[in-house]
Structure formats: C-alpha cells, structure tokens
Ligand binder design. Structure first.
Ligand code: FAD
Length: 431
C-alpha cells in the first residue's frame, strides 16, 4: 500500500486513519464538513452561549475498540462517569426512583438484592436475555420480551437506547449481540462512560493531533462528489472539485454515511447494498441560570435513565442539562415548541427532587437538535442490507457504523469498522 485515501472524517474514517498512521503508508482524509467528527461532534451553540455535543453519547466499558482508540490517541482520561456499573433511574409514571447497581462479575448477584435490582422484577424474567442472545433472523426484540418489571424498566429502555428503534420493529439478534458483549459479561463490562468536556475533545481533537504528528493529511470542506470505477477497480475520485488519480498501490476507504455511499457506489460496484431506512434522535439542551449541585446517585453518575415519558436519558454537565429521545421518528410531527415544553416538564420531574433549588416553570435558553438520520432503523430487514468491509473492487473497502459490524450504530461499531477496513486492506496485501 502506498497511499490510503479515506473518504469521510467521522469516527469510522478517523479510526481507519489512526490504525494506518505511522505504519509507513501515506494517509489522507477527505471530509465534506468544516470539521471532522460526523455524527459525534461538539460545537458552540450561539443561542445557548456554550459548547454542546450534537447528542449525548454514552459508552460502556465493554466498548473495547473505542477504549483502544482513545488509548492510541492519548485521550483515555477525557471520559468521565461513576466508575461503577451504576444507573440511576426515574419512572415518570409511578414516580419511582431506583439505582440499578450491577455486580461486577458474570453472576447477577445484584438481582438478589432489593437495593440493587430493578424494583418489581422477578428472577424468571431473566429468560428474556437468553431468548435475545439465541435469536436469529426476523425475530424482533418485542417477541423475546415477557411482560414484567425487568422488561419495562430495564430491557426495553436498554434496547431503545442501544438500537434506536422501537422494540416491536428492532432486530432481536442485533440486541442479542450487544447483550453478549455487555450484560452477559457482568457489571465489569457495563460501566457507563461519557465525554467529560465534549465529544470532539474526546474522540476528534486528540485523534487529529495524533494524525498530525504522524504526518497524515486531513482535508476539511472537501466533499468527494464522484468516484471513477472501471475494470473492477477505483481509478480516481473528485474531492473538493479536484480530480485525484489513484496509483496501482493506492487504496480507498469509503467511510461516509450509507445514503452518501449509495450515491457514490450503487450501480458501479456489483452487489453493493446499504441500509435505506433511518431513525431520528432528538436532543434537547437547556442552559440553567447557574450550575446546581445534584444529590444521591445522580450526583455520582451525572445522568439518569427515564422511563414512562418521552425523555430517555437526562445528563447534567455544569449549567447545561441535555436530554436524549431515541427512536424519535414517532415525534416527527411535534413542533419544536411542543417538544421543548414537554421535555422541560419531564426534566423538572426528574431533577427537582435531587437539586438544591427547584427549576423554573419555563426553561431559559433551550435548543432542540433533531438528527433525522441518526442511525439506520435496526430492523431485521435493514440488518440484511449491511455490507462487509470488502467490496467487489480490488482497491476499495467500506467503513461506517452501518457496515456489517455485528453491532448497532454506535461509536464502538464505527471505530471497529475502521479497524476492520484496514485489516481487509492488509490481508489483501499479504495474499
Ligand atoms: C444524536 C445521536 C446520539 C447518539 N448516541 C450514541 C450513544 O449514546 N452511544 C454510541 O455509541 N453511539 C451513539 N450515536 C451513534 C454514533 O454517533 C455513530 O454511530 C458514529 O458517530 C458514526 O460514525 P461514522 O464515522 O460511521 O459516520 P458519520 O459520523 O456519519 O461520519 C461520516 C462522515 O462522512 C462525511 N461525509 C459525508 N459525505 C461525504 C462526502 N461526499 N465526501 C467526504 N466526506 C463526506 C460526513 O460529513 C461525516 O463526517 C449517536 C448518534 C447520534 C446522531
């Protein structure tokens, strides 16, 4: 390999670049936007007057590829969290509050303790976990769940967060894979982490600094508008209006979202498929008058899971409260004011009991961010459209959270896909 051209500077593209940089191969990234990071980025919101993330991102300690990437880029200590597998929850319907406190090992001792488990759960409900891990084909998550507190208060919220798709539609096999890598391994694999300052400060800026030291080139505001393909190879592409010609030893990693990959590759790459149905995520950010101290397990965690409302997660960072609403296509008709009012109402119910002073009846500065194509819809049908990293072209591979990683669209999936793409390039070179 002489020169690897990476199209797309999201986490998949950055991961591929980090994997290659320093190995003697020339590396160039072409990113359409003004900054790298794609769907995991931070920016200054002028209305709020603070830097925010496009959406709250939660990682689990099971996300090995993500932690390896943070280690390679020197960003390991930029994450924060409770340091234990602890998840505060609030049920808006019943007003109940509890803290799920998983035992570190594989044996779920936590389920035997009324102070640590999901209130009202029964031990036989654990059978749903086995059904999910054994699931294949078209089985949906809902078909594996049984009515009961464990499903309603843990497995459903976990599934919606992990897959960003309602349980009635979501692939049970995909969730089974997540469970095998997290819950089934015990609490040690389920410690929650999130970016202390912001997503870019953890996942983008340190990687770019590392790439600069390794002499990789990063071109921003540089959209790739066409790929020239003939004779089973990519011959060149147009980046930022300029034609780039590929030499015989050059390779291309296409790390753009699926709808862009489709426009660049469909019709020219035999057998190319990509997911084509998407789910939104809504994030609401509220700036408080000043930072307030939290009490109880929320103070330790910095976030809480919420059930029985529109809100799924509430994060508190200084004077900013951020809310995640997953599988949000169902709220597409809601206008911004209605979303803001409803979410603020729920935030007050979640936070007032654990704050020093109650929140005001109306929010101060607020920002609703709708990511309409946050992830592909994690249904069995969409799952079948995910391609492998290797394509029918000898010198072009794919990366991205939508490729066949075995994981839903997540930071871990995106970073793993970049590593897999590089592995395919290296394996082909050895062959
Ligand atoms: C609101 C929200 C919340 C999320 N929450 C979580 C979470 O809690 N935990 C978790 O693990 N994951 C979460 N995710 C998912 C995670 O952000 C994504 O899986 C991951 O960022 C995808 O990275 P990627 O590189 O595959 O794709 P992208 O981030 O989409 O990167 C693709 C890049 O290609 C660029 N590009 C597009 N077209 C071109 C072109 N023609 N030429 C050059 N460049 C181009 C884009 O600008 C972009 O930078 C969330 C996502 C969203 C949107």
């Amino acid at each position: 390999m002489a020169h690897v051209h990476i199209i797309g500077g999201g986490l998949a593209g950055l991961s591929a670049a980090v994997e290659l940089a320093g190995s003697g191969v020339r590396v160039s990234i072409y990113e359409a936007g003004p900054a790298c990071g794609g769907r995991a980025r931070s920016y200054v919101d002028r209305h709020l007057g603070v830097r925010i993330d496009n959406g709250n991102h939660l990682l689990l300690s099971a996300n090995e590829a993500a932690f390896r990437y943070l280690g390679l880029t020197g960003a390991h200590d930029t994450l924060t969290g409770p340091g234990t597998p602890t998840f505060p929850f609030v049920d808006l319907g019943s007003g109940g509050r509890w803290t799920l406190d998983l035992s570190r090992g594989r044996l779920p001792f936590w389920a035997l303790s009324s102070r640590r488990r999901v209130p009202g759960m029964r031990l036989w409900e654990f059978a749903a976990l086995k059904r999910l891990m054994d699931a294949r084909g078209d089985t949906t998550v809902a078909e594996c769940l049984a009515p009961g507190a464990l499903s309603e208060r843990l497995l459903e919220p976990f599934a919606i967060s992990a897959l960003n798709t309602l349980c009635e539609d979501a692939s049970a096999a995909l969730l089974g894979g997540v469970i095998r890598e997290s819950l089934a391994k015990g609490g040690r694999a389920c410690v929650p982490w999130f970016a202390r300052e912001g997503l870019s400060e953890s996942f983008v800026d340190p990687a770019l600094a590392h790439l600069a030291v390794m002499k990789a080139e990063v071109h921003v505001n540089c959209r790739v508008s066409a790929l020239e393909i003939a004779g089973g190879r990519a011959l060149g592409f147009v980046a930022g209006g300029e034609r780039v010609v590929l030499g015989p030893d050059d390779r291309v990693v296409v790390a753009v979202p699926p709808w862009v990959a489709r426009t660049l590759l469909a019709g020219s790459v035999p057998g190319f498929t990509a997911p084509d149905a998407f789910e939104a995520i809504v994030n609401a950010h509220f700036r408080l008058e000043d930072a307030q101290r939290l009490s109880g397990s929320m103070a330790r965690a910095g976030f809480a899971g919420v059930i029985g409302g529109m809100t799924e997660w509430v994060f508190v960072r200084g004077d900013v409260v951020s809310v995640t609403v997953s599988a949000a296509n169902r709220y597409a008709e809601w206008d911004t004011d209605a979303l803001e009012a409803r979410i603020w109402h729920e935030v007050r119910a979640v936070l007032d009991p654990v704050l020093e002073r109650p929140l005001p009846a109306a929010p101060g500065a607020a920002r609703i961010v709708r990511e309409k194509r946050a992830t592909f819809a994690a249904t069995p049908a969409q799952e079948r459209l995910r391609p492998t990293a290797r394509t029918a072209l000898a010198n072009l591979v794919l990366a991205g959270d939508w490729t066949a990683t075995g994981l839903p669209c997540t930071i871990e999936g995106a970073i793993r896909s970049g590593v897999s793409a590089v592995r395919v390039l290296r394996a082909d070179e050895m062959a």
